[in-house]
Ligand binder design. Structure first.
Ligand code: NDP
Length: 394
């Protein structure tokens, strides 16, 4: 897997860009950077609408450029940056330009398929990409991995599970690997009945028992769609067939994932559930850095527990297997339908279990095409979103 593992030396003063700096991953990245401001030069920060927070971050880090994707927020950004040297820009193309700017390291932390153009642009210029935006790899895995290989880009997985696997995966001898085991916390409804789940509000569903994350990924954790997307992400990222990727529920989220080798050895990466550990791993790579993540005290924890996921309560993992089996545009259509359904649930237009109904319907009806280029991807994405929107109508 040379495309994922290409080595480049760390720079003394790293030029960095953060796509999605106002989100949960973006803010935690800034938390680490702000602790060692002399080590980094911030080239660009981007957000969607949150001009005030973006301007605050850009001024504090003396960034060269701040970009809002939503053009209606340009004036607000400009006003908030008044008196500073930070250049303001707006629009989806400006986000791509931020990704193209001359940075050594770029954090891809926009949520959803909206992260695709910027991540592709970074890959095209052979950048080192800390990769949180899993939807990009789910939607465009083969295109993305081809681009990474052709352009000499480096993908460093930020997702704690993939970051764990990356740390214990023998890239020189992948043939010795028999299985990837992705751990899952089980989300807030692990012990909740289907009847109760049907009545859950967005406020209840976003309350993750272990991790503090953005709204979309929190809902995905409650449906286990997050794990479904992660299985697809691992399939493309580590080039492992679906039958060699398993999911294990581990509510304490201390073991972040494991790699099983053919001699029976299982290698795991452990740590407290704090995203600043995998983000710090990517930020310092190929070295290591201090992070404020709490140290692991296994004696205090006492025990770690494990169980198999319940396929009846949480059908999302089956959707992932089906999407990978169908191949082509199917994972993109599943992910697009899920984005629409999650937003409708957050807006209180549908119930919690409607998310899986919509995802399953769009996936089963999908007319899958081979994923040969971005036009086909855009068409499939549009069709899935339109069908999901129809299914939402009362
Ligand atoms: P958040 O919702 O907290 O933040 C999303 C970021 O993307 C914000 O900066 C937001 O800007 C920006 N954004 C949203 N829509 C658009 C758009 N259309 N165009 C440009 N920018 C946009 O998400 P998270 O930080 O939780 O997650 C980001 C990604 O990382 C997701 O793919 C998620 O699955 C993945 N991830 C997250 C983890 C976590 O702990 N949070 C863990 C592992 C992976 P604004 O603030 O203006 O809305």
């Amino acid at each position: 897997m040379s495309s994922v593992q290409q080595m480049k030396p760390a720079h003394a003063r790293r030029k960095i860009a953060i796509l999605g700096s106002t989100g949960s991953v973006g803010q935690q990245t800034i938390d680490l950077i702000a602790r060692a401001p002399d080590a980094y030069e911030v080239v660009a920060l981007t957000a969607n609408k949150n001009a005030v927070k973006l301007a605050e971050q850009a001024k504090a880090l003396n960034a060269q450029m701040a970009v809002v994707a939503d053009e209606s927020q340009y004036r607000a950004l400009k006003d908030a940056l008044a008196g500073s040297n930070v250049k303001a820009a707006a629009g989806a193309q400006a986000v791509v330009e931020a990704a193209q700017a001359d940075s050594d390291w770029i954090m891809s932390a926009i949520v959803g398929a909206a992260g695709l153009p910027g991540t592709l642009a970074a890959a095209r210029r052979g950048a080192t990409i800390a990769f949180a935006n899993k939807e990009t790899l789910v939607c465009a895995g083969p295109l993305m991995m081809k681009l990474v290989a052709e352009c000499g880009a480096t993908l460093l997985p930020v997702d704690s599970e993939h970051n764990a696997i990356y740390q214990v995966f023998d890239f020189d001898h992948p043939e010795g690997i028999s299985r990837l085991i992705l751990t899952a916390s089980g989300g807030p409804f692990r012990s909740t009945s289907r009847e109760e789940m049907a009545k859950m509000s967005p406020e209840q569903a976003v309350k993750h028992p272990v991790w503090s994350m953005g709204a979309k990924i929190s809902i995905d954790s409650a449906t286990l769609m997050n794990k479904a997307l992660e299985v697809i992400e691992a399939h493309f990222l580590f080039q492992m067939p679906p039958e060699k990727i398993d999911v294990l529920v581990h509510p304490q989220s201390v073991i972040h994932s494991m790699v099983e080798y053919q001699d029976g050895s299982v290698l795991a990466q452990l740590g407290s559930p704090d995203m600043r550990t995998p983000i710090g791993y990517c930020l310092a790579w190929p070295e290591r850095m201090q992070t404020p993540a709490p140290r692991l005290d296994l004696a205090k924890l006492g025990q770690l527990t494990f169980e198999n996921p319940d396929p009846v309560k949480f059908p999302a993992l089956r959707f992932a297997k089906e999407a990978m089996k169908k191949g082509g545009t199917a994972p993109a259509m599943l992910s697009a339908a899920n984005e629409v359904a999650v937003q409708a649930f957050l807006d209180k237009r549908i119930g919690f279990l409607d998310i899986e109904r919509i995802n399953e319907t769009v996936l089963s009806e999908s007319n899958v095409a081979p994923l040969t280029d971005l036009e086909i991807l855009a068409e499939a994405d549009g069709a899935a979103r339109a069908r999901a929107a129809e299914l939402i109508k009362p």
